[in-house]
Write a protein that binds this ligand. Sequence first.
Ligand SMILES: C[S@@+](CC[C@H](N)C(=O)[O-])C[C@H]1O[C@@H](n2cnc3c(N)ncnc32)[C@H](O)[C@@H]1O
Length: 342
Amino acid sequence: MEDQSRAQAVATLYQIVSGMKTSQALHVAAKLNVADHLSQKPMRAAELAIATGTDPAALHRLMRALCAIGVFAESSGGEFSLNPAAEMLRSDVPSSFRAAVLFLVGDVRWRCWADLLGAVRAGVGGAKGALGMELFEFYAEHPEESEIHDQAMRALSSAQIGAVLEAFDFAQAGTVVDVGGGTGELLAAILAANPSLRGVLFDLPHVVAQATGVLTDHGVIDRAQVVGGSFFENVPAGGNTYLMKTVIHDWDDARSMTILRNCRKAMTSGDRLLVIDRQLPELGQPGTPGHFLPDLEMLVMSDGGRERTREEFAKLLADTAFTLAKTVSTKSPLSIFEAHPI
Ligand SMILES: C[S@@+](CC[C@H](N)C(=O)[O-])C[C@H]1O[C@@H](n2cnc3c(N)ncnc32)[C@H](O)[C@@H]1O
């Protein structure tokens, strides 16, 4: 290999391994609410350290590093302030990314990713080894982490929701049942955009507890019903369009099939099921980490969860008495797999 290509290859690898340091630096800034403090006024490290309860010299080092990677700005006088990326770390801005940072590189993920090697060796990973229990059990027992998960889902979902609404016409969807619908953002957006529709939000009881506020804020609570339960037992009947956004990817094929069969039991012919998930390309081509890194995340975080190709979705659906009628791509990484009961 020529010297220049060797140097370029090493630079590429160096950039990849630096990801650990940059993401942790960002995580600490989010945890300490640095952006909220700087939204009051620019501050020198000493003043910011008092506000955040940290060591002034160490905080100074953190802030310089963050400025160097494009988050926050430092003036010639040594004052730190917000730049556009840092603005999105404020907790009080629309679509704030702070919860997403806490979620994506916080303690829960850090612990699970620490054993990627073990997961690759064993073929399965999952939160059980790292957290002592499966992820959704962990959230049920840790309200603070569960709150971060729900807030992050809201932040990460907002761009996806716009893309789903743009890609799919819900006008004739009748009663929409959002299965594993979290705190109701997608359902609320669908109902708000389509005044003739009704909706049912279905998720675990501790999750749907927060949904009434979301549905009320969107002005759709009078057309929505909130139901707590487990999709491994049953799914509410009576809908016309059943949705599952980023739900199936959490589970292995056996449990995905249980969920799909429970949807099928709740549905009648003529109803539609929309599975909204990433569509994994068949081959790992450069430039597609947005698909394949979430798949690795499923390997380390969930007990058998995975992103799937179109063929894999078609097979899961065929095995649970559905036929895959069409696949609609969206401007987000998600695709909509429309299935009809056989
Ligand atoms: C990745 S989140 C997706 C949430 C939402 N659909 C979205 O896209 O923002 C998966 C959802 O499945 C829910 N869930 C997990 N286990 C469940 C169960 N047994 N019954 C019903 N919902 C469950 C979680 O509470 C969570 O809201």
